[in-house]
Design a protein around this ligand. Sequence first.
Ligand SMILES: O=P(O)(O)OC[C@H]1O[C@H](O[C@H]2O[C@H](CO)[C@@H](O)[C@H](O)[C@H]2O)[C@H](O)[C@@H](O)[C@@H]1O
Ligand code: UDP
Length: 764
Amino acid sequence: MTNAPETDPAPDAAPVAVGDRVAAPSAVRYDMIVVSNRLPVDYVGGTGAEIEWKTSPGGLVTALEPVMRAADGAWIGWAGVADREFDAFEHDGIELIPVPLSADEVADYYEGFSNDTLWPLYHDVIAPPTFHREWWDAYVRVNRRFAEAAARAAAEDAVVWVQDYQLQLVPRMLREQRPDLVIGFFNHIPFPAYGIYSQLPWRRQVVDGLLGADVIGFQRAADAGNFTRAVRRLFGYTTRGTVIEVPDDTVGGTGTRRVVARHFPISIDAAGFEEIARRPEVQERARQIREELGDPKTVMLGVDRLDYTKGIRHRIKAFGELLRDGRLSVEDATLVQVASPSRERVETYRQLRDEIELMVGRLNGDQSTLGHQAVAYLHHGYPREEMVALYLAADVMLVTALRDGMNLVAKEYVACRFDNDGALVLSEFTGASDELRQAILVNPHDIEGLKDAMMGAVEMPPKERARRMRSLRKRVRENDVAHWSASFLEALTGSGKLAAGLSEQLIADLDGLARTDRMLVALDFDGTLAPIVDRPEDARATDGARRAIEQLLTLPDTRVAIVSGRALDSLSEVAAPPEGVLLSGSHGVELQLDTGAVTIDLRDAEREDLDRLTQLVERVAAASEAAWIERKPAGIALHTRRMSPAAGVALQQAARERVAEELPGITVRSGKSVLEFSVRSSDKGESLSRLRQHVGASGVLYLGDDVTDEDAFAVLEADDLGVKVGSGKSIASHRVRSTADVAELLEHLVQARTAAAGASPRWP
Ligand SMILES: O=P(O)(O)OC[C@H]1O[C@H](O[C@H]2O[C@H](CO)[C@@H](O)[C@H](O)[C@H]2O)[C@H](O)[C@@H](O)[C@@H]1O
Ligand SMILES: O=c1ccn([C@@H]2O[C@H](COP(=O)(O)OP(=O)(O)O)[C@@H](O)[C@H]2O)c(=O)[nH]1
């Protein structure tokens, strides 16, 4: 393994007071930084050029390693040893920046607050959490050190992605030091219900720390929901669907920052695991493992860190009872239990090890024969190839966690079974169970149910095993770790590469929304229904979108609205909407509902402002032949699409300054190559809320492509669906690439809504 230069142990990094701002230092290079408690490698021993490293334990590292190898960034974390300091070094194509921890900090921040306070608390208090004020102090101190390391290493406007419960204060600390950064946070473990979370004496500080991020990711939708509820209970901030409005006086306009909290289920490098599984030497090793076990008919396997959340005791108990009751025999079945060492200095973990080893000893003493061992218990951490050989050797994989953020072992087992064989018994308390529905799902607390599930797996007919495994494999292949990181980073930066078509998740969510009682389908026009064109008067909705809208209008309890920044006149002309479509123009200043047009009636002062505004903007626009203006009932838009990007930005800036000087109260809104001024403030969010009310909608679908559509996404509620069209930063929960995909989406919705209404589609 790569050797890293070692430096003398240095004093603790100087603490950075919260609120101190650190300018992006010129020597800093990284545009993308991951910050996690652990680096992907742990220090094993040696000094200078002879330092030895080993892969760190746990699923966080398994998941992030391929992401970071593909990215040109740096990974900040602890090297797994106390009182040692290392310079930054490269390992297996990844730049690593170690953060030092003293022995006291390992005891108080890592073993104490992280793993004896937060870990049991966040895992539904399976073990009792311990609260110590000095552990909290260490947690704050160490979080500050990680934040400072990230602030030092990040280039201007860089993306910093903070990982997991050990570093929940880092987003806020980092934002206060470096407001230029884009900050994401991903929580790998569950986020508990408020009744449990509220036990934490520092519950406000932790939530506030997380709210420093732009996007907060969770494994399951339920975790994101628990977090959002905690925000409401503790701070009373407004939340709508996945969006939280966080007061922030550095933000102009509303004085709030929009933070997105939603689920992004983590995954594995499925192709990488399958590639290892297909290697002849790994398959040979799998055969060898079975042989060494005495070639039993059934090999059952459990692979876990030795952790009380993993349900190892429940599994061994159930297996022991199956042997005792004669439903299984040691000649026929062996349980291989890998229990890799974890957090061994934490008392609860020590006790757990004693209990499990006592159970295994008793069971083997009672049930094993000279030729056949009941439980092969392995207290080791194994390299990936050996893990894959174990997966191939196992007929039944047992994942019986009492609570688990995701559980990557379940996904790895599936990814490795290219033979479509093997059965997965999976606890419904794992994040993985949300996706792996074709596994045999169990409640591990129900020992009888668990025993039946284990027998069901042993006796499952080969055809049934293959059917389930094929479906599980498809799911893991399609939602692999690259998909996880791309969707998180896309939500964070809007920079992801978008594939054409509709994702599986989007289809599933559309199908869900289609079952709502009364539906509002609200659609932006330019860039969403109609491709962007140079001359706004030439814009037309695609044929597919038009057809689908006509179909939607024939369905019961289904309304369609077009929500545009255009003035209503211009919108009516280009959209030529079929009868029954509701219209919102000029960003909600004009509304045309069923009762006819709601025209705006400007007050005298507004009319005067509008005249003055028009003069000012016309004068600025006259500087360029390629710029043009669009008059609206309550404002004016300066279009710069035909100009070079630099000239367009300069002209918009000139207009902005001119108007700010002379008409300081005017609402300014910037879109794609357009700057809009309005004497009456309203936005697409307000407009969508009025439409929802008018329709009495129980579920809303909103589609939009522009910055101004973000206001509409922000008012969506938990059961609604927001879809951003194209790239660019967005708080919408889904994306499609182009107007062609919008047409496909609307066509799918017609079918889903028709099916939900029990009718058949009536195409023209
Ligand atoms: O770093 P350790 O204290 O040795 O613990 C190892 C890791 O355990 C936890 O893993 C979690 O992340 C997995 C991937 O998202 C997920 O599948 C699993 O359910 C989680 O428990 C912990 O969250 C990591 O921070 C640790 O590195
Ligand atoms: O001896 C072992 C035991 C486990 N693992 C890996 O550790 C990770 C465990 O991740 P999971 O999400 O299942 O649980 P965590 O330990 O993160 O709670 C998986 O990638 C396993 O393949 C390993 O490499 N060697």
